[in-house]
Design a protein around this ligand. Structure first.
Ligand SMILES: CC(C)(COP(=O)(O)OP(=O)(O)OC[C@H]1O[C@@H](n2cnc3c(N)ncnc32)[C@H](O)[C@@H]1OP(=O)(O)O)[C@@H](O)C(=O)NCCC(=O)NCCS
Length: 133
């Protein structure tokens, strides 16, 4: 298993991401469509057979980092793949405050990585991590 860091204009981006972008399954489960915006940095977990099994990303704004597009294929969950992606993303992102909207499935990982809950909005929790934790 390995993690690649990709931008949407990298040559392998669409081959790595093909089952994740505009995916009906992801839309059904999360209500979200994963966009390939310029400047958005992707972290892509690829298994030993070359299959992309999980992704996450961040977007940088003037003042913040926004974590987004976090997804691990259902059959590969609960074995620490998201945690590995999360660790690499934390190491690679600029030293700015980070914001995200966590789901019930991701909240534990955010809290373990030093985020705090700001408010609960239905099924979601707004989380933040200050500069330097
Ligand atoms: C959220 C999501 C990305 C997590 O992916 P994952 O790879 O299953 O995450 P992990 O395996 O790292 O962690 C999940 C849980 O398994 C536990 N775990 C980690 N390694 C484990 C192992 N080897 N054996 C058993 N459990 C393990 C973690 O402690 C964690 O527990 P918690 O829920 O109490 O925090 C995945 O569930 C998903 O794609 N959900 C749908 C979309 C979504 O909610 N995205 C998040 C948007 S912010």
């Amino acid at each position: 298993m390995r993690i690649e860091i990709l931008l949407c204009d990298d040559i392998v981006f669409y081959s790595r991401m093909r089952t994740f972008l505009a995916s009906k399954e992801i839309y059904k489960e999360t209500g979200q469509i994963f966009w390939n915006d310029f400047g958005k940095k992707w972290f892509v977990c690829i298994n030993n057979k070359g299959k992309t099994i999980g992704v996450c990303a961040y977007v940088k704004t003037k003042k913040n980092i926004i974590f987004c597009s976090d997804y691990v294929l259902p059959e590969y969950r609960n074995r620490g793949i998201y945690d590995k992606l999360f660790e690499v993303r934390m190491k690679e992102c600029p030293d700015l405050p980070i914001k995200a909207v966590a789901t019930k499935q991701s909240l534990g990982t955010f809290l373990r990585h030093g985020f705090v809950s700001r408010k609960v909005k239905g099924k979601f929790t707004v989380v933040e991590r200050g500069k330097n934790g």
